[in-house]
Ligand binder design. Structure first.
Ligand SMILES: *[C@@H]1O[C@H](CO)[C@@H](O)[C@H](O)[C@H]1NC(C)=O
Ligand SMILES: *[C@@H]1O[C@H](CO)[C@@H](O)[C@H](O)[C@H]1NC(C)=O
Ligand SMILES: *[C@@H]1O[C@H](CO)[C@@H](O)[C@H](O)[C@H]1NC(C)=O
Ligand SMILES: [Zn+2]
Length: 484
């Protein structure tokens, strides 16, 4: 039922049905698309309904100083993050239906007072038109020369479509590396399978890199595809990510070819000029695989965290093993999670359909005189809710607002922390006091920070995840979370 082609098609169609506002200019601008799909299996398991409940586009992330202490700006507008936040709006609407007795297609009452759970047969899937930024984007390239035995990609059955910049760099650098890269006959598919097995074991990645110096890191920074025995000769270079390593950990070795990056480490989002504080989508998605994607606030109402059953990536440079490392392996060993949380990595699939507004498609369609190709500056959110389903932003504020309106309610995105918090509070007021979850029965809850902290199990799960897998994850600044 979850055919990746169908899913990609459904998402691209939903996008094409949206109004023009915030969409890229064909042939000149490109963007990234992500969507959350709700899958509902009938009681007989024969019927499966699939619908896009939230869709997001966007490529930008604002710098640190533009972050707002009133929670009124979107600091991260990458498509995956927009799609998740839109899905939170959708889930709040569904919980409204549930607590008010109107009913919900998503939730039904759980055993615990004030808590809800997914209706039987309901699950969620994340689609993204591109490999997530950060760790999952450090993708090995394979030599295109004819080879005596099948290259790794054919074993895995994927196509690689190099991005323009990477291609150029590859042409420049490949001359010097290829001589020593004659594949040996013993490099069989079986051996690849064995090596791949390693990457799925817990602890095969060195998470404890804080104690290493950068120069040590470069020698131990082995990609899954380049093991110490010198196998996998086909890999001559890697796709690079603009996402920089978080402070306090190892830096990238920045050596030519496969040793350019340190694999497996946390990264902040790429951005021009000022560094951003938002983590890469690979890191955020790995986190959703343990904490769920519902966030701290909705956890008050849920008996169990909500996990994506599947992540589908559209046609683009992609590597199954690297996706596995970035989204799954890094958190695979996390234990001692509180009730309602578990390590639930998604199944990873790739579709062969490409997003028509991808960077590669835009480069193909570009015509002379159109001006420089660039990422689209706007971010579109659409979710299937009755009130204000569309939200188009630029630079973290509503698209098209005047400078004068900045700081007013008119300029706020419905996805910003403050707006999501307010719709959460309206859910709380719509809940009959006798049906409030225990964690919300405290008089002293006031700020966004208070409400998040009071979500105790979520915070405990985050503590475990942080200490066991992501000790370098930057702490959010409390002063940016005290609004109400
Ligand atoms: C991490 O490194 C420190 C210092 O080298 C060491 O004491 C500790 O046991 C290591 N932890 C793991 C999980 O490898
Ligand atoms: C939105 O949800 C409603 C109710 O579940 C459904 O009937 C409708 O088809 C959905 N709209 C879209 C565009 O998916
Ligand atoms: C914005 O930045 C803060 C502080 O680093 C971070 O905690 C938060 O997750 C970011 N928001 C988004 C939408 O990524
Ligand atoms: Zn991203």
């Amino acid at each position: 039922p979850c055919d990746p082609q169908n899913i990609a098609k459904l998402c691209y169609e939903r996008f094409s049905q949206l109004p023009r506002r915030g969409k890229p200019e064909p042939g000149r601008e490109w963007t990234l698309l992500a969507a959350v799909l709700q899958i509902t299996r009938g009681a007989d398991s024969h019927s499966v309904a699939m619908e896009v409940v939230s869709l997001g586009t966007g490529t930008k992330c604002i710098g640190q100083t533009a972050m707002s202490p009133t929670g009124d700006v979107l600091n991260d507008s990458h498509a995956e993050v927009i799609a998740r936040r839109g899905c939170i709006r959708y889930l709040i609407q569904e919980l409204h239906g549930a607590v008010s007795g109107r009913g919900s297609s998503v939730f039904c009452a759980a055993d615990e007072r004030g808590k809800w759970k997914l209706r039987p047969g309901v699950s969620f899937l994340l689609f993204t038109s591109h490999t997530p930024c950060g760790d999952a984007s450090i993708i090995p390239m394979t030599d295109s020369q004819p080879q005596p035995c099948p290259p790794v990609t054919s074993v895995k059955g994927h196509e690689q479509t190099d991005g323009g910049g990477d291609l150029k760099r590859k042409a420049e650098e490949s001359g010097e590396v290829q001589n020593s890269k004659q594949p040996r006959l013993e490099e069989t598919a079986e051996m690849k399978e064995e090596d791949r097995g390693d990457t799925e074991q817990c602890g095969s990645l060195n998470f404890n890199k804080t104690s290493e110096t950068p120069s040590q890191t470069s020698s131990s920074a082995d990609l899954a595809q380049t093991d110490g025995a010198g196998l996998h000769h086909q890999v001559s270079d890697i796709h690079r990510t603009g996402a920089k390593c978080v402070l306090g950990g190892p830096a990238d070795p920045l050596q030519p070819g496969v040793r350019y990056h340190s694999p497996g480490v946390l990264r902040v989002k790429p951005g021009r000029g000022e560094p951003t504080l938002s983590l890469s989508c690979s890191d955020k998605m790995a986190r959703w695989g343990v904490l769920g994607f519902q966030g701290a606030l909705l956890s008050h109402y849920l008996q169990e965290a909500l996990y994506f059953s599947t992540v589908v990536v559209g046609k683009c440079p992609y590597d199954q093993e690297v996706m596995q490392r970035a989204l799954v392996t890094r958190c695979a060993c996390v234990s001692d999670l509180p009730a309602g949380f578990s390590v639930r990595p998604p199944e990873l699939l790739q579709a062969t359909l490409e997003f028509p507004f991808s960077q590669a498609q835009t480069e193909l369609q570009h015509q002379a005189g159109q001006g420089r190709i660039s990422p689209c500056g706007a971010a579109i959110s659409w979710c299937n809710i009755t009130e204000q389903p569309l939200d188009v932003t630029a630079n973290g504020y509503k698209h098209g607002v005047t400078k004068k309106a900045l700081g007013t309610a008119k300029a706020r995105s419905l996805l910003c922390k403050l707006e999501l918090f307010h719709s959460f509070l309206s859910l709380v007021s719509a809940t009959d006091p006798s049906a409030l979850p225990n964690s919300l029965r405290k008089a002293e809850l006031q700020t966004y920070w208070d409400y998040k902290q009071a979500s105790q199990s979520y915070q405990q799960a985050w503590q475990q995840l942080r200490s066991q897998a992501f000790p370098l994850w930057p702490r959010s600044d409390r002063n940016l979370l005290l609004f109400h």
